[in-house]
Design a protein around this ligand. Structure first.
Ligand SMILES: [Zn+2]
Ligand SMILES: [Zn+2]
Length: 457
């Protein structure tokens, strides 16, 4: 047999495998004997014109495909009137993934289908703006993925499933169905925290995001089960924010599938709004602050409440020694801010027994929420000076004074003649405890920090 016949036979076989149809079924579908088709495939019989035409019509590929060795199946596929639908593409993955993954991944035409054709089909059907969104189909790299996926990445947010926020179709390992999921990259959390803590943190951000954005009714599903033991699958499950399940036995119609996609894309856009110029890591840090009892802005009442809830007892105070500074965080206006720990403030209030550190006889009132005397926490060396103290954390109970509300307003807004004696008096009181936590400061510096005009000094 000549090599040309052999090559044509291989192209027939490749086409059949590309569409994952077995030899018997194909022979029956196009009305030829399967023995003959088998001979054509293995190169022991020439491909006659009649069979070629049947194959060409059945698969909508040009006749040239069979004779031109350089023409790939997608290139040769004719534009049929009805474009391939998302539902058909997903169904093909569900129906064939389990058997295809038993074969080598390299040069597998089904893997190519997931990587390229599905992406094209979805790009078309969903009318994706490719300048904004990158679409990736993943049957795995090097090895078949246990959980194959097709992801949509807003180029302003992330370009990978490892970091940031994205939308994804995730297939269950057992191919019983798949999810449309708004998800987050787990790698960031795993690298920043340990595995167990990372999982808690990613679930926590998912929870916070759900509380911050409005989620359409069809995407209320907050936990997903990929039926897999693979570690990547755990990451996807933990990172899931919201979404919907499609069971293989009852796939929706194309209209519903496309509508769902559009609707979740709008939800995805709300995260982009939440990002507000921050990168995804900055948003994560920001969202997680409160989980660590840290805040960018907190009203004094909440410190009071917290002090009460934590039942802060001054004997619990951690050893007073210098501590390295915290990482600054970008707030929702895109400004970098130094986080404040509610716990430190609560500790400072409790230590002073909720009385004004300038004069314990200053009158205050009982707080309705805590039942304690109302007092406010004031950072003696203002937190905004943190760049001048690159070695130490300024957000320490030692640097927080407990003031009555009147004194607190006064030290911020009073005239210099009034403020300076307050600063001097407090300095005498806190100097030693500041030194213990490595905050070395002079009165001259304090005057500068408090913006006391020099002519008064
Ligand atoms: Zn203050
Ligand atoms: Zn006072």
């Amino acid at each position: 047999m000549d090599s040309e016949t052999n090559e044509v036979g291989m192209k027939v076989q490749k086409l059949r495998e590309y569409y994952s149809i077995n030899l018997r079924d194909l022979a029956q579908a196009i009305g030829v004997r399967h023995v003959m088709l088998n001979k054509i495939e293995n190169g022991t019989q020439r491909l006659d014109l009649e069979t070629l035409t049947k194959l060409s019509n059945h698969f909508s590929v040009s006749a040239e495909y069979f004779v031109n060795p350089n023409l790939s199946i997608p290139q040769a596929t004719k534009n049929v009137n009805e474009p391939s639908s998302c539902v058909t593409a997903f169904k093909r993955i569900l129906d064939n993934y389990s058997t295809e993954k038993e074969k080598p991944l390299k040069d597998n035409s089904f893997a190519e289908f997931v990587r390229n054709d599905v992406v094209k089909i979805l790009n078309n059907a969903l009318d994706i703006d490719s300048s904004r969104y990158k679409v990736i189909g993943s049957p795995g790299k090097g090895l078949w993925a246990k959980v194959p996926w097709v992801g949509f990445f807003d180029r302003n947010v992330t370009l990978s499933a490892q970091y940031g926020y994205y939308m994804v179709y995730l297939f269950r390992e057992d191919m019983s169905g798949f999810y449309l999921s708004l998800n987050q990259g787990y790698t960031y959390f795993r690298n920043k925290y340990k595995d167990k803590e990372g999982r808690q943190k990613i679930q926590k951000t998912a929870e916070i995001i759900r509380s911050r954005i409005e989620i359409p009714s069809q995407f209320q599903l907050t936990t997903i089960d990929l039926r897999s033991e693979a570690s990547l699958a755990f990451g996807y499950e933990a990172g899931h924010i919201c979404g919907k399940y499609y069971d293989a036995s009852s796939l929706p119609d194309e209209f519903e599938m496309i509508n769902d996609f559009r609707s979740l894309l709008e939800t995805y856009n709300k995260i982009v709004v939440l990002l507000n110029g921050r990168n995804a890591e900055e948003l994560n840090d920001y969202l997680l602050l409160e989980d660590d009892l840290e805040f960018l802005e907190t009203d004094e009442e909440s410190f009071q409440k917290l002090a009460n809830e934590l039942k802060v007892d001054f004997s619990d105070e951690p050893k007073e020694e210098p501590r390295p500074p915290k990482t600054v965080v970008t707030d929702n206006l895109g400004k970098t801010r130094y986080p404040r720990s509610a716990k430190e403030a609560a500790l400072a209030l409790a230590r002073a027994n909720y009385t004004c550190e300038l004069d314990e006889n200053h009158e205050t009132f009982l707080s309705k929420s805590s039942g304690q005397k109302y007092a406010e926490a004031h950072h003696f060396v203002g937190i905004s000076n943190h760049p001048k103290f690159p070695e130490v954390d300024l957000d320490r109970a030692a640097n927080i004074v407990c003031l009555c509300p009147n004194c607190h307003r006064k030290i911020h807004y009073g005239e210099d003649e009034v403020r300076l004696p307050m600063i001097e008096s407090l300095f005498a009181k806190v100097k030693e405890r500041l030194e213990q936590v490595g905050i070395e400061v002079t009165l001259t510096q304090l005057k500068e920090f408090y913006n006391i005009s020099p002519k008064r000094t």
